[in-house]
Design a protein around this ligand. Structure first.
Ligand code: ZN
Length: 321
């Protein structure tokens, strides 16, 4: 993903008041952008009813020591989202890793909201809080991520950032989760091969960055063998019910035409075969399955294919239906 041109529509669809700030679709930093989460900040500027967005110019144009844009959107005193950029921005610096957000280039990994309050003797307004919750819920839904993918800058910073202050980030995430549930948004969770604690594969599975159709940083591959040696994806399924299971793989003519995906359902394992020579770089539906509640290995890619070509394990997504 190079840009998020859907941002304005998604925010408006969530009832968030939006002001588009000029050429937001083309205003961005050079470099990679493949966001999996949202990062909350405060600007350290003092806003007020008469001066609702004192940091807007800086967020668009940057500072002498840091070129703009400095966030994808600024949230003003009244809770209005000023959308600045559809691409990479200088807001996050290096991520030290927090929750499901890995360590690495924070400006690649996250979309930033700069909430315009000073954070020293001024807390965010109720309007800013409510708009930030609604916007974050809508964007995470669009990204196919749960509320744990919203973080505060002080959680990911490696340089001692304190923002956003005067807020309990666990409470803020819980409010995002409630918003996602209450808006009728289906529970959805994505596990990539790099998701910490949720993917396991033997050393027979190599790591590749060869295809640009990959999901996230890289993917795993293995030769087909007459043995399962599966790569497992673990999910914390919130309740017994029916879930849509989707998989993402990069395509290559040298990949396997009959890769087995195993879904551990409430009534035993089901196997779905996919052609990984085609339709890569997107979510593909494997089917809808009854799953039990609980945190367990739920979907696997098996090496047991009769076809030739590498079997690929990249990302899997569950969505309650
Ligand atoms: Zn910050």
């Amino acid at each position: 993903m190079a840009t998020i041109p859907w941002l304005v529509d998604v925010l408006r669809g969530a009832g968030v008041q939006v002001v588009v700030e000029g050429d937001w679709l083309n205003r961005m930093r050079p470099g990679s952008f493949d966001p999996i989460g949202v990062l909350w900040h405060h600007t350290a500027s003092t806003s007020s009813a008469s001066n609702p967005h004192p940091a807007l110019g800086i967020c668009i144009n940057g500072r002498s020591d840091l070129p703009g844009p400095l966030c994808q959107a600024l949230v003003d005193y009244n809770g209005v989202f000023h959308v600045i950029s559809a691409g990479r921005c200088n807001h996050a610096g290096v991520s030290g890793g927090s929750g499901p957000i890995p360590s690495g280039d924070g400006n690649t990994l996250m979309i930033g909201w700069e909430i315009d309050y000073n954070g020293v003797n001024q807390e965010m307004t109720a309007a800013q809080y409510n708009a930030s919750i609604a916007a974050t819920a809508a964007v995470l839904t669009r990204l196919g991520r749960d509320s744990s993918y919203a973080r505060g800058h002080r959680e990911t910073s490696t340089t001692g950032k304190i923002d956003p202050s005067f807020i309990d980030l666990n409470v803020m995430r819980a409010d995002v989760a409630a918003k996602m549930a209450g808006s009728g948004t289906a529970w959805s969770s994505t596990v990539d091969n790099t998701t910490a604690g949720r993917f396991t594969a033997s050393a027979s599975w190599g790591v590749s960055t060869y295809s640009s159709q990959r999901y996230g940083a890289d993917y795993r591959y293995a030769d087909p063998v007459a043995a399962s040696d599966p790569a497992w994806y673990r999910f914390n399924v919130p309740a017994a019910g029916n879930y849509r299971v989707e998989a993402w793989w990069p395509t290559n003519s040298g990949y396997n035409s009959a890769t087995p995906y195993i879904v551990a359902t409430s009534s035993g394992n089901r196997t779905v075969y996919v052609d990984q020579r085609a339709t890569g770089g997107q979510w593909r539906v494997l089917g809808t399955f009854a799953l039990p509640a609980g945190d367990a290995n739920r979907v696997a890619v098996s090496r047991w294919s009769n076809a030739t070509g590498l079997v690929i394990a990249d990302a899997v997504r569950l969505t309650r239906v």
